[in-house]
Design a protein around this ligand. Structure first.
Ligand SMILES: Nc1nc2c([nH]c(=O)n2[C@H]2C[C@H](O)[C@@H](COP(=O)(O)OP(=O)(O)OP(=O)(O)O)O2)c(=O)[nH]1
Length: 128
């Protein structure tokens, strides 16, 4: 099975981080994730995560640290999820694709129903 490379951004707004919920019509419907998406051919990880966040949320971010990538096999595809911490810089948040968004304190992140690949990312984040 081919592995798709996906970046995501853990965007900090002061002490909280932004989680977004996939819509009913997307793969992994209604699961929570960090904004991001597939790396395009020739694109750097950082350019990808900035582009995806702007396309999905209409905001600009500053990318900070790369966390540990997670490889996960879903029933019909396999991904390598590459997470970055980031800070909100500018723009009015608009949900272009997602069903919902919440700002969550780090200690409450595991209350959400995450996409399976994100669980190790959330655990690493909570331990930082
Ligand atoms: N953006 C993002 N995707 C994630 C996370 N965790 C996780 O398993 N994924 C999966 C869901 C998607 O299948 C894939 C990201 O692809 P995408 O968002 O660009 O595309 P998609 O699946 O919605 O659309 P498509 O395959 O129909 O083109 O990675 C995450 O935290 N952020």
């Amino acid at each position: 099975m081919k592995t798709i490379l996906v970046t995501c951004a853990i965007i900090h707004f002061d002490e909280k981080v932004l989680a977004v919920q996939r819509s009913k019509s997307m793969k992994l419907p209604l699961k929570w994730e960090f904004a991001g998406g597939k790396i395009e051919k020739g694109e750097s990880e950082i350019d990808c995560v900035k582009r995806e966040v702007f396309e999905e949320l209409n905001i600009h971010i500053k990318v900070n640290n790369r966390l540990t990538p997670v490889t996960h096999t879903y029933p019909d595809f396999k991904i390598k999820l590459i997470p970055f911490t980031a800070d909100y810089i500018s723009g009015d948040l608009k949900l272009k694709e997602h069903a919902d968004a919440v700002l969550v304190e780090k200690q409450h992140l595991l209350d959400l129903d995450w996409a399976a690949a994100d669980v190790p990312v959330v655990e690493e984040l909570m331990a930082l």
